[in-house]
Design a protein. Structure first.
Lengths: 535, 284
């Protein structure tokens, strides 16, 4: 076996997170490719949570159902975990009572050099003192001996290059992308699964000169961010569906003020409180239609850690360039998943579009492309007036209805250039496909692996990381296929409907999942096979 | 500074003839000129309502946002460029009703901004419904049997929350109101100025005469306890600076970007080397 799937389950508070953290780092430092994700309950203690870790000779980055080794730290099981256990699953019940035993056991099974474990424990618990360190090392050693004694057959080859790889989860990738995009302001209210981004940026606020403020509500978050952009900062708001619902009024304000703003919207299943700690792609329609009135926007939906980083970076540039809201639509699965990757670019260009104003400056000057050069107060001789009422070129209230037409046209005119530079979808597989599997956002890695596993020469995968406005060649890609299969982590195929609305292309075959868990590779291969079988 | 500095010239003003807003506008322009505020460095932020149109009527930078939402952008502006003078100005419905939560938390946060609230105890732009400060018994087409809720007391609330500057003025007294506004803008920290103002179109109860008969000046600022006691008076209505706490830390002063560098955020260059290092640190 060259691809091992290990699952640890335990009650909240039993330290599953520590196991995930330590084990993935130790494995990576030993040269193993790793992938990890977690599913958990909305509680601080008790319940049953699980972490899935894949260890492989090749890079792995997708969630699978199969469990080769299950390490339960509790007797309790959820139905959704029970379903993943097969006859082939090795359940390590004996000799494991603490999380450190579990780490030791896995390392013992994989015959990892004990020194790597010991060194990492020393590094990780450095601040806790010698007693904690030696106790943990002793526990790991006990588990290690037990793991080694199992004689579990595996053939995973370590790769030296992996040692230098990065381990970054989705939340960190969005946070790093924001920094790379010149983010200097974040106003947010904590809400799962978006909180990681607020935490990350708060922790690095000092280093990077970022104003990080936890506000009283999401209404304030959005309005504060717009004030920040107005005064020359590059601001981010980070939230989930319910929080974004409160931001909608402010989003519309961004539309009217022609203010840039970057919105990180980490989806979780709704409606209302829904399943607070789980995943779904259910808020695409919300992002697309949010805010009263008509105004342009861009919606990105990264499918990988690299994409989360680069698209968040790009979101700042495009928001500033077009003076519009730009969404980065993620979800709990992407936020909480990670795998080793070689590097992230630190040289992405920060494009600033602020102009120095002159006397008589007109914030909403009517221009050919609809973009009025954006000045800020205190920079230049001009005065900057931004107004939520319909306004004249100077930014003062108007009820001149001809001017209203001009201003609406001006704002919407920007969509042309925005469409022209839409991020194209990525085609993976043969160009002369007959079957085209379509996905967007965080299902990327699972669909990619599933389609590769199917190994069909007639099947390709088309992934959209910009879901609005749709890239121009969308219709062409779909039209070339005999059969198109849409895969979405929601119940109503929101992206399929969006494609139909904008291209007239109807996608009949859909694989949808909305139980709060991400798709597994197996579910996708089975789903595609089933559809192909039935013609 | 020349008082004409803030004049917009001939513009169409959307207020009713005789509205107290006109006097507040004039008093504000004069006060700002007196303390030499540079219009280029001044940002007037407002929400929605008749009072909230005020930024359009004086020459300065304007952020006319949403109903109830003047304070969050004002805070964001100050935090992004602490060198700007930021005034948020709207009516009682906007600041005390729709935006009540923002007011509470801005008092806690204590950004160096001035909040001026036109308090006419009625909704003007929506044509005569009760506002949070409407007094019990006040009849409107909506509150047909008269308002029965307890009137919102912004002064008592602000003092209870240890707001760093709390004052009340009456637009019928240009001189004293101007003095209060100058102190408020000059104060380092969050300043709340509640300004009594008659609404000639929709409030036939709390008229110019009504205010005139009830207001008097206190000798402030007072201790917090004394100020609070005064804020509860509702037979006679005290005016002036009730309370000042200049020991409170200012929000933007606490923000890490300004610990060693006072530059506004837009003047800063990205820290590329640090980003490369941070990415690298994710190896462990």
């Amino acid at each position: 076996m060259s691809d091992l799937s290990i699952v640890l389950c335990g009650e909240a508070g039993q330290g599953i997170q520590t196991v995930e953290r330590l084990l993935t780092r130790i494995l990576k430092l030993s040269g193993y490719n790793v992938f990890a994700t977690k599913e958990y309950m909305s509680r601080v203690r008790g319940g049953v949570n699980s972490t899935s870790i894949r260890v492989s000779s090749e890079p792995v980055s997708a969630y699978i159902d199969r469990i080769d080794i299950l390490i339960p730290l509790t007797e309790k099981r959820t139905k959704h975990l029970e379903r993943r256990i097969s006859k082939k699953t090795l359940v390590l019940k004996e000799n494991i009572s603490t999380n450190m035993d579990a780490i030791g056991a896995v390392c013992g099974i994989l015959k990892i050099e004990f020194k790597v474990i010991e060194d990492y424990i020393r590094y990780y618990f450095a601040k806790k003192g010698e007693k904690v360190i030696s106790d943990n090392i002793a526990a790991a050693k006990k588990g290690y001996a037990y793991g080694g004694s199992l004689k579990y057959e595996i053939k995973i080859k370590p790769d030296k290059r992996v040692v230098e790889d990065l381990l970054i989860n989705g939340a960190e990738a969005v946070g790093l992308g924001a920094i790379a995009g010149g983010c200097s302001f974040i106003s947010a209210y904590p809400m799962s699964p978006s909180t990681g981004v607020l935490v990350f940026l708060s922790q690095h606020a000092k280093e990077f000169g970022i104003v990080a403020e936890q506000v009283e509500d999401e209404i304030s978050a959005m309005n504060m961010a717009l004030g920040a952009w107005y005064a020359g900062a590059r601001a981010l708001v980070s939230t989930s569906g319910g929080g974004f619902a409160l931001m909608e009024e402010g989003l519309s304000l961004a539309g009217m003020l022609e203010s840039p703003v970057v919105i990180h919207l980490a989806q979780r299943p709704g409606p209302a409180t829904g399943l607070p700690t789980r995943t779904e792609q259910g808020d695409l329609n919300m992002a697309l239609y949010s805010g009263h009135g008509e105004f342009p926007r861009i919606i990105f939906a990264p499918g990988s850690i690299e994409q989360a980083y680069e698209l968040t970076q790009k979101a700042f540039n495009l928001a500033d360039k077009y003076q519009i809201p730009v969404f980065v639509l993620t979800d709990q699965y992407l936020m909480d998943s990670y795998y080793n990757l070689p590097s992230l670019r630190s040289d992405l260009k920060i494009e600033k579009h602020i102009v120095k104003t002159g006397t008589g400056y007109k914030r909403y000057a009517l221009t050919r492309d609809g973009i009025s050069p954006r000045g800020i107060p205190g920079y230049g001789e001009g005065l900057v007036s931004a107004d939520s009422d319909e306004h004249d070129e100077l930014g003062h209230i108007t009820e001149d209805l001809d001017l209203r037409d001009d201003m609406v046209d001006k704002r919407l005119k920007k969509l042309e250039a925005i469409e022209d530079e839409a991020v194209p979808p990525e085609l993976i597989g043969p160009e002369n496909y007959k079957i085209l599997v379509v996905g967007w956002g965080s299902t990327y890695q699972m669909i990619k692996e599933a389609v590769a596993k199917l190994g069909r020469k007639d099947t390709a995968f088309l992934h959209f990381k910009q879901v609005y406005p749709l890239p121009e060649d969308t219709r062409e890609y779909l039209g070339k296929a005999d059969k198109v299969i849409m895969i979405e982590n929601n119940a109503t195929s929101q992206f399929g409907n969006l494609i139909s609305l904008y291209t007239g292309f109807e996608i009949e075959d859909r694989i949808l999942k909305y139980d709060g868990l991400p798709f597994s590779v197996e579910e996708i291969t089975d789903g595609i096979k089933e559809i192909i079988k039935h013609g | 500074m020349d008082k004409k500095e803030f004049d917009m010239g001939p513009i169409d003003v959307a207020w009713c003839p005789g509205c107290g807003n006109f006097s507040i506008l004039k008093i504000l322009k004069d006060a700002l000129a007196d303390i030499n505020v540079d219009p280029k460095n001044l940002v007037m932020v407002s929400g929605i309502g008749q009072a909230a149109k005020i930024p359009h009527y004086l020459k300065c930078n304007v952020f006319n946002g949403l109903h109830g939402r003047a304070i969050p952008p004002a805070t964001g502006i100050k935090a992004s460029n602490p060198g700007l003078t930021v005034i948020a100005e709207s009516g009682d419905g906007d600041m005390y009703g729709e935006g009540g939560n923002h007011l509470l938390h801005a008092i806690r946060r204590n950004p160096d901004i001035t909040v001026i609230v036109h308090n006419n105890m009625v909704y003007g732009l929506t044509k005569g419904q009760a506002s949070p400060t409407s007094q019990a018994g006040f009849k409107t087409p909506v509150q047909v049997g008269g308002v029965f809720e307890e009137a919102f007391n912004p002064i008592a609330l602000a003092i209870a929350m240890d707001c760093s500057f709390v004052a009340r003025a009456f637009c019928g007294d240009a001189e004293q109101t101007g003095e209060i506004l100058k102190k408020a803008v000059g104060h380092k920290g969050f300043s709340l100025v509640d300004v009594f103002q008659p609404c000639v179109s929709f409030n036939k109860t709390n008229t110019f005469q009504w205010f005139k008969e009830r207001v008097y000046y206190l000798e402030g600022p007072l201790s917090r306890e004394e100020a609070f006691k005064k804020s509860l008076e509702n037979d006679k209505l005290p005016l002036g600076v009730f309370y000042v706490n200049d020991k409170r830390l200012v929000f933007e002063g606490q923000l890490s970007p300004y610990a060693e560098n006072g530059d506004p955020l837009f003047r800063r260059e990205p820290a590329r080397t640090k980003l490369a290092e941070l990415i690298k640190s994710k190896k462990e």
